[in-house]
Ligand binder design. Structure first.
Ligand code: BES
Ligand code: ZN
Ligand code: ZN
Length: 528
């Protein structure tokens, strides 16, 4: 941030120097750059200097704007001291009549690309962060519209803007001002639009996860997704009631749902984007526990409110399908979301109860708080009805996943290296990373060694390898040769680890799922 003294002196001098009826409002503007409407903010990126002179290294858009103000941006930046570090900003007022406030933000190194250690594209991450920081400053100034420098990667810039500005305001009387980000200049408008769609997809998942459990009940969740998909003629949504779930003999799912007064829903979405509607679909499955109290194995009350986001698996996979439809991706996707609450009551599962899943396997419910795997067992069995290209499930499944990786990456347990490679490559681009975890027989033994049933819903060594025993449990309900289980418990919420997301439910890894689907739609091998 500019020192107040420097800002006032420099800005006053510039305000005086910038002619009012200047080339900005009447004369020619650099090719492709609009002059902007009055009252807009502008966010421009600047690379850290590679030369000793410390001169600002502008992006193309920065250069264009600097020309528009006759080199005053470069001058004022050099007056302000050393070059801007990554993610640091300076605000200039009065530089240009159409943009009363201009935020310049540090992008880091110009040639940043894939970082092999970090398993992500650092250049894209830098852009997302810088743009998010810049846009939030414009929001703090209560300016309703901001034009954004594409920074050489308009998709990443749009993602930074739309993700960075998002906040769950729904139930507050006093809301943050709405700021609409737009692309500065006319280059890369398609990539910008794609970035907006990807980010809006993640924001939809964030919205559903953040909302209180008394607002997003199973039926409300399903209706919200149905409403988002209503305008697409190639999408069919089935909201299956409890009676349907009973006919499907989903005894494991029903055993969890019956503890709550809120009826369960099985949400089924068919997106037919492929030229051939008979093409094998990608099947997404998401854990949809709209509130997880733990049931009779009750969770401690402190922090229990976060379990309103225990439908994060359902939220991310359904949002990914909404996004795929908006992008008109040429593939077929089926989305399945078993939705219910996990509550203690006279009808709830009791530790030691045995229930029967759709494939006939019996499950001993040794801990009623390990409920997600019960829903998923039945949903995974059902997923095998569709001759899927691949089955990918996402679930806020275990606290142990958070212990293992924290919020750095989603844990991926998969029986398919083909599937792993696609997910991994997608995540390098999105910056919403994945990390492969084991599906060893070692863990399977720990869930199948069970006194009363075929399988126990917890590992026999209780907490040891908790994320891995949960995955081994799910594997008992899978026969498909391309299946991946994504444990997203660690990435469920954000404190400040991802700088372009505000504190709150994160909606991760929606963009990775979308990018994965986009890659699959381009993959000529129809792997089965
Ligand atoms: N929904 C939780 C897992 C979770 C914890 C998600 C923290 C996000 C943040 C899940 O249903 C659960 O309670 N799992 C138990 C399993 C245990 C009883 C074997 C857990 O992780 O403690
Ligand atoms: Zn639980
Ligand atoms: Zn849960």
């Amino acid at each position: 941030m500019l020192l107040p003294f420097v800002r006032s002196v420099a800005a006053r001098r510039l305000a005086r120097d910038v002619p009012r009826a200047c080339s900005c409002s009447q004369g020619p503007s650099p090719r492709g750059y609009s002059r902007g409407a009055a009252g807009k903010g502008l966010v421009l990126g600047v690379y850290s200097s590679e030369k000793d002179d410390g001169a600002a290294q502008f992006t193309s858009a920065g250069d264009a704007f600097d020309k528009l103000v006759s080199g005053k941006l470069r001058t004022i930046l050099s007056l302000c001291g050393p070059p801007l570090k990554k993610g640091k900003t300076r605000i200039f007022h009065g530089l240009h009549q159409d943009f009363p406030s201009v935020v310049v933000v540090g992008l880091g190194k110009k040639n940043a690309g894939i970082n092999e250690q970090e398993n992500w594209n650092e250049g894209k991450e830098n852009i997302r962060t810088a743009v998010a920081v810049g846009c939030r400053q414009i929001q703090d100034l209560e300016i309703p519209c901001v034009e954004v420098d594409p920074c050489g990667d308009a998709q990443a810039a749009a993602e930074g803007a739309v993700l960075g500005l998002h906040e769950y305001n729904e139930l507050k009387q006093k809301k943050k001002p709405v700021v609409t980000p737009q692309l500065y200049g006319s280059a890369e408008s398609e990539a910008w639009q794609r970035g907006v769609i990807y980010a809006e997809g993640q924001n939809l998942a964030r919205y559903l996860m953040e909302a209180p459990a008394n607002y997003i009940t199973p039926i409300k969740f399903a209706e919200h997704i149905e409403q988002k998909l209503r305008s697409f003629s190639n999408v069919k949504v089935h909201i299956r009631p409890e009676s349907w779930i009973t006919t499907q003999e989903m005894g494991a799912f029903l055993s969890v749902a019956k503890g709550s007064a809120e009826p369960p829903i099985f949400l089924e979405i068919h997106y037919l984007g492929a030229a051939n509607t008979d093409d094998s679909p990608l099947v997404f499955v998401g854990k949809g526990v709209t509130f997880d109290s733990g049931g009779i194995s009750l969770k401690p009350s402190s922090g229990m409110d976060a379990m309103r986001a225990d439908m994060g698996g359902a939220a991310t996979v359904c949002s990914a399908i909404v996004t795929a439809a908006a992008l008109n991706l040429p593939l077929n996707i089926i989305g399945l979301a078993p939705l219910c609450e996990n509550m203690p009551s006279g009808k709830a599962n009791k530790p030691g109860d045995v229930v029967r899943a759709k494939n006939g396997k019996t499950i001993q419910v040794d801990n009623t708080d390990a409920e997600g795997r019960l829903l998923l067992a039945d949903a995974l069995c059902y997923a095998h009805n569709f001759n899927a290209r691949a089955i990918v499930n996402a679930a806020t499944l275990t606290g142990a996943m958070d212990v293992a990786l924290g919020s750095a990456a989603t844990g991926v347990f998969t029986n398919s290296s083909w599937l792993w490679t696609h997910l991994y490559e997608a995540s390098i681009l999105t910056g919403d990373r994945v990390w492969r975890m084991p599906l060893f027989e070692h863990y399977t033994k720990q869930v199948t060694d069970c006194p009363l049933a075929d399988v126990s819903n917890i590992g026999k060594y209780s907490r040891a390898g908790g994320a891995c025993t949960a995955a081994a449990f799910l594997k008992e309900f899978v026969t498909a040769s391309h299946w991946a289980h994504l444990d997203i418990a660690g990435v469920m919420s954000n404190k400040d680890e991802v700088p372009y997301l505000r504190k709150g439910m994160a909606g991760r890894p929606t963009r990775t799922l979308v990018e994965f689907a986009a890659r699959l739609s381009q993959d000529s091998h129809n792997a089965k």
